[in-house]
Design a protein around this ligand. Structure first.
Ligand code: 5GP
Ligand code: ZN
Length: 112
């Protein structure tokens, strides 16, 4: 396994507040929430960032995004933002692909 924080979280080696888990997808509450709801949804497969995704990753990433929508529905969110920061200049700090699900407050556009 890569020496990766989110791989370890998905494997249960580092504790997290689980929201959803199956053999391909893991979702958990962000440790430093930026909104009343702030869930991170990740593929169990290590992909460093969205730019590293290849054709063979399309189904897996599709499952992550579809699961994010299901989680939003289950949490009662109608208005929310799903975002992946790609690269340090865009705010990425953990290099395992993840989507932020943010909701529960007004979300300004464009983001900073
Ligand atoms: P990024 O900045 O890469 O887009 O997002 C990384 C996110 O991971 C941040 O929102 C940060 O708060 C969260 N995070 C960093 N370390 C941990 C951790 O150990 N546990 C959890 N649950 N979230 C983390
Ligand atoms: Zn990883």
């Amino acid at each position: 396994m890569p020496d990766c924080l989110f791989c370890k979280i998905a494997a249960g080696e580092i504790p997290s507040k689980k929201v959803y888990s199956d053999e391909k997808v893991y979702a958990f509450h962000d440790i430093a929430p930026k909104a009343p709801t702030h869930v991170l949804i990740i593929p169990r497969k290590h992909i460093g960032k969205l730019a590293d995704a290849r054709e063979g990753d399309a189904a897996g990433i599709g499952e992550v995004v579809t699961r994010a929508a299901a989680i939003a529905r289950e949490l009662g969110l109608e208005h929310y933002r799903l975002v992946a920061n790609n690269g340090e200049g865009a705010g990425q700090s953990v290099f395992h692909l993840h989507f932020h699900l943010l909701g529960g407050r007004p979300l300004a556009w464009p983001p900073g």
